[in-house]
Structure formats: C-alpha cells, structure tokens
Design a protein around this ligand. Structure first.
Ligand SMILES: *Cc1c(COP(=O)(O)O)cnc(C)c1O
Length: 400
C-alpha cells in the first residue's frame, strides 16, 4: 500500500487526538528516520526526547531480542533479574534510594503524587492535603498528572480532576511560598520545563524551595521525565543545581523507546509513605521494559553519554544563537543542554512543515517555539546540517 493510503486508513481508524504530519515512518538508523518512500529525515525530535541513543542501536536491539527469547513478563508477584539490575543502576544514577517502575511518565507522576499524599496522611491522619505545582508545567494526561499540569487548556474539559492543587510561577519563589499552608504536602515541578517552553529553573529558586520544604516538612517532587537522563549535561537535572528532591520521576529516554518510567524516592520518604498494597501495576517493571532500561543505563555509563552532551550541546547553543541574531522574527533563544528552544513572534507550524519537506524533523513547544530535543548522540556535523536546513526554512517561510 502507498503511504497516502495508509494515512487515510489511519484517519479512519484512529481517534483524532493528534494532528499528525503527513508521513508514515518506516525505519530508523542513528539520527536518521526514513518514511515508507525511503525519504530520509534528520531527526531533531528523537520521538520527543526519547531516543537518546539514536535508532537501530545494535547492542540495545540485541539486549531486547535476547530478553524476548527468555522472558517478557512475570507480574510483580515474582522477582526478575533485569528489574533488579535496572533498579540498582537507576539508584546510582539518580541519587535516590528506592525505585518503582511504571509504564509511562504520566504514571510515574501519579505514583509520586500518591506517595506525597500518603506521607502527609501518615503524619496527621487527614486527607485534604494540597500540592503546589507551576504554571506552564506539563506532567502528563492522566487525571492526577493532568491536575498538576499548569495549562488550563489541557485541564478544563476534564474537571473535576484531583483537587487541592494550586499553581505558582516558575522562578518566582514568593508566588509559591505565599500559597503554602499547613495542608501543603508537596511542591512539584520540572527543573527545566519542556512542553511549557524550555524554561530552566534558577539555582536560587530551587535552593529556596528546598529550604522551604525542609522547614515545613513538605516533599519536593521533581519531574525529570524530559529533562533527566543526561539531556541537560548531567544525568538528572537536579544534579546541576545540587538541589536534591525527595521524590523524582523519570521516563522518556529511560527506556529509549520501550515504554518504561519510574518514580523514585529517598529512604526517608519510602519509610513513611507507600507500603504493601498501596500501589501496583501489571506491566510496570516487567523484564522486557527493564532489560531496555538496564541496557540504556549501561550504555550511558560506559560511553559517557553525559560527557558527549556537555561537549556537543554548546555547539548547538552557538549555532542557534547565530540564528537568533540573524532573524528579527526570532525573539529569544533559551534552554540548556540538548533541550533548547527558539521563540518566534509567530506560530512556528509553517516552518516545521517546511523543514519536514526538506528532510528535517522538528517539533514545537507551544505555538511559537521550536524545541530542539535531538538524540543525545547527535554530532556537530548533524547540527550543521540541521542549522543549514532551518535557516533556509525561516528565510523562505517568514522573515528577514
Ligand atoms: C512527556 C512528559 C510527561 C508524560 O510522559 P508520558 O510518558 O507521555 O506519560 C510528564 N512530564 C514531563 C516533564 C514530560 O515531558
């Protein structure tokens, strides 16, 4: 069947929750993707910050194939070796003490919220605790994760969500401190906002939040689903600031394509929050998913993926800065590591469409921002190729 015909069938069969680009992707290799017609695309999306190691990584693929031939699923009533190995590696990489594997980022955040509520419940026996989250945050599409997502457009049609959530502003400590009450059980945020527009927290902001949480025995939850796993040039973004959370979530690059997420916590929180019977999942932490996470974490450490980000991301920064200088329609360049954005004074959809035509995949973050979240193994040559295409697209589509 032709690509166009497949697209028509997709539109007839799938729920219309996405405005998809009009291509059917067929295979990937390194930082390149190919559609059904064999057209190549340089990929600066990485499946939305997922495919950190690039496509068709032989070692990763072999690890999965081996695991498929051994055992795919056991349920959590039994132990399995890949989950144990992955949990040990994740503890080491994250600085957290205990791990619960989930199937997605949203589910990891659900678990984090439940842990925080249980922690507060055990302290005072009440069940009216509040969470303070941030405007422009994104934590996922399930009812709990949506409740702490600071985008009214995503929330409103589905209300009432879980209640007792308030919103403060990124990098405005007072906007949060002023909303804290004796009912506040957690403050939850992304150390670098992704979907909300590539906005890094300042060190001062996070340090003040940490001190506030310590003083009032409030749990600090970091959602590192997007900014974690090496993307900002450290394994998890909090390590840049030296501000350690009590609970942390991960997903996206953790499985590099196999659905796996995790929420983690310190021993102190683990000792007085979720316990036997409080939480569970059928698939979560199954041998196939954790074999993926285990291999990903092994490759990260052995190949120093974080070092590559530290070395190569400044080059992307320099190149995008030059583009910012060149075009009046671009008003800001921000972000950190391989999580950068260019802010335009107009919707970026037409530029992204143009780039697709020219063999470059890009995504937006909000209507006016192009987000750059490439595979972490991207090279300077790949960056040069991307920048050349992007410049032509901006020239042709909009401004000078
Ligand atoms: C993508 C994302 C999520 C949701 O993850 P899913 O796997 O899509 O459920 C949560 N938080 C952040 C910061 C994300 O970027």
């Amino acid at each position: 069947m032709e690509m166009k015909q497949y697209i028509e069938e997709a539109e007839a069969a799938l729920l219309h929750t996405y405005n998809r680009y009009q291509i059917v992707l067929d295979k990937g290799d390194g930082v390149n993707l190919y559609d059904m017609d064999g057209k190549r695309y340089l990929d600066f999306v990485g499946g939305i910050a997922v495919f950190a190691l690039g496509y068709n990584n032989k070692e990763y693929n072999d690890a999965l194939k081996n695991q498929i031939d051994k055992l795919i699923h056991t349920s959590n009533y039994y132990y399995n070796v890949p989950a144990i190995e992955a949990a040990k590696k994740l503890k080491k990489a994250s600085g957290m003490d205990r791990v619960f594997f989930t199937n997605s980022g949203a589910e990891a955040n659900e678990g984090a919220i439940k842990a925080a509520r249980k922690y507060a419940f055990l302290k005072d026996g009440c069940n009216d605790h509040e969470i303070i989250a941030l405007e422009h945050s994104f934590h996922g599409r399930t009812m709990g994760a949506l409740a702490v997502t600071g985008n009214p457009k995503y929330r409103e049609p589905f209300e009432p969500l879980i209640g007792h959530v308030k919103f403060g502003q990124m990098n405005d400590f007072e906007s949060i401190a002023s909303q804290v009450t004796e009912k506040t059980c957690a403050i939850m945020l992304e150390p670098v906002q992704g979907e909300g527009g590539l906005v890094p927290a300042t060190e001062e902001f996070l340090k003040k939040l940490r001190a506030l949480c310590d003083e009032k025995d409030i749990l600090l939850i970091f959602d590192e689903v997007q900014c974690g796993m090496g993307r900002t040039g450290v394994m998890f973004a909090w390590q840049r600031y030296g501000v350690k959370p009590d609970i942390m979530t991960s997903a996206k690059a953790l499985g590099c394509g196999v659905p796996v997420g995790a929420f983690m916590m310190t021993e102190r929180v683990a000792q007085s929050s979720l316990t036997s019977g409080d939480h569970g999942t059928t698939y979560g932490g199954n041998p196939l998913a954790t074999a993926a996470a285990n291999k990903v974490l092994e490759i990260y450490e052995r190949d120093n993926i974080v070092g590559h980000v530290q070395e190569t991301a400044p080059y992307l920064w320099e190149k995008l800065d030059a583009i910012l200088q060149k075009f009046d329609c671009i008003t800001e360049h921000r972000g950190v590591g391989f999580m950068q954005g260019l802010v335009f004074d107009r919707p970026v959809g037409p530029i992204i469409n143009k780039a697709l035509e020219k063999g470059l995949l890009l995504i937006n973050a909000g209507a006016n921002i192009i987000r750059f979240v490439p595979p972490l193994v991207i090279t300077k040559e790949n960056i040069d190729e991307m920048v050349a295409i992007l410049e032509t697209c901006v020239e042709e589509e909009v401004c000078i």
